[in-house]
Design a binder for this molecule. Structure first.
Ligand code: ADP
Ligand code: MG
Length: 348
């Protein structure tokens, strides 16, 4: 009798286990959810695959982007960046960990690029009014005057206090070349935390992929034709699973005067828009903050020096597009690209 009872109990346990296991492995069908917002001065598009919690996950991502914008915007008066700038030459400013981390990373890239990447470029950005309604070509004297305030070595960080201090009054920082990368990484982190395994985030040319497409194939990111008004027109395609592809170029923000194009990426050694022979750069990296900083850096340094720098960095690849429509690639991308626009020519 006791043996029989034991047998039934064992059967019941197995049955319960089966039911529980089935509950666990039951896969909720994934649906596509999309969100488009304007933030960090650009169009942000998030596309993710999730169960019915998709909209909640999107809301969390948007909140995080807004939080980062409120801390790093140079135009929001009480942002960390604005407070740092208005206290230049006066006192160190305590900032959020987000801001501290991004500025620290920016200074690393300044060192690495020998000052080609330099967030203290803000006085020059402001002088040209490149992001304003009325951009203009300043005089040589004006540029010379503002260049006195451009030097990343005059940014003092205090790791314990989480403070940032600009040593000279008149200095200012601008995280426009790196904050989008950080924000895109943060969105990816939140999505992953929420269990999302397939997503594509695009912040004005800063693309981050989570996993591959739901069908298992990699995401395909088009490298934009820098001389086409059509944003869909591309010159090559980069396939990624988990990682980031970021492009910079003279086509994003510019104005023309006297038949010349003046764009928004400045060479800190001259105070003029970088003129290294490139129209565009694209960087592929595991993290978007690195790809973002480097796409701007390579653009300023030019194809030869820029790609040499990239070749020294582990796990990072890049391509550079010259005015004469030649595409140069870093070592790891050589032989792996296909040109999709016959006006452009891949260099061996
Ligand atoms: P986008 O903003 O079009 O994605 P980038 O990532 O290349 O392009 O960033 C360009 C922005 O970075 C400019 O609008 C300006 O705010 C800032 N910037 C310009 N020149 C430099 C530089 N030499 N180093 C760091 N930031 C720069
Ligand atoms: Mg950048």
């Amino acid at each position: 009798m006791a043996g029989c009872q034991r047998f039934y109990r064992a059967m019941l346990a197995i049955l319960l286990l089966c039911v529980t296991l089935q509950g666990c492995t039951k896969v909720e069908t994934l649906k596509e959810y999309r969100k488009d917002i304007f933030a960090l001065n650009t169009w942000v598009n998030i596309r993710l695959y999730a169960g019915k919690d998709g909209p909640t996950i999107l809301d969390k991502a948007v909140k995080r982007i807004e939080e980062i914008e409120n801390r790093m915007s140079v135009t929001i008066p009480d942002s960390d960046v604005s407070r740092i700038n208005s206290n230049a030459g006066k006192q160190p400013v305590k900032v959020h960990d987000d801001t501290f981390e991004v500025i620290k990373k920016a200074l690393e890239y300044a060192e690495l690029s020998n000052g080609a990447f330099d967030i203290t470029i803000y006085p020059i950005v402001k002088l040209w009014g490149i992001t304003s309604e009325h951009p203009r070509v300043p005089t040589e004297a004006e540029i010379k005057d503002k260049l006195k305030f451009v030097n990343y070595k005059d940014v003092v960080l205090n790791e314990d206090q989480k403070t940032v201090y600009l040593e000279k009054e008149g200095m200012g920082i601008d995280l426009g070349a790196i904050a989008k990368g950080y924000a895109a990484d943060e969105v990816a982190r939140i999505l992953r935390e929420q269990g999302v395994t397939h997503a594509l985030i695009n912040m004005g040319g800063n693309v981050v992929a989570l996993g591959g497409k739901p069908d298992g194939r990699p995401w395909r990111v088009g490298v934009r034709n820098p001389r086409s008004e059509n944003m869909q027109s591309h010159i090559t395609i980069i396939e990624i699973m988990d990682g980031s592809v970021v492009s910079s170029g003279d086509y994003e923000r510019y104005f023309e005067q006297g038949g010349k194009r003046y764009h928004h990426i400045f060479d800190p050694s001259t105070g003029y828009p970088a003129n290294s022979g490139l129209m565009a750069t694209t960087v592929v990296a595991p993290k978007s903050i690195d790809a973002d900083a480097l796409s701007t850096t390579v653009f300023i340094m030019g194809a030869e020096k820029g790609l040499q720098l990239v070749d020294k960095l582990e796990g990072i690849e890049a391509l550079a597009v010259t005015f004469d429509k030649k595409i140069y690639a870093s070592e790891g991308l050589k032989g792996k690209l296909t040109v999709t626009d016959k006006e452009y020519e891949l260099q061996p």
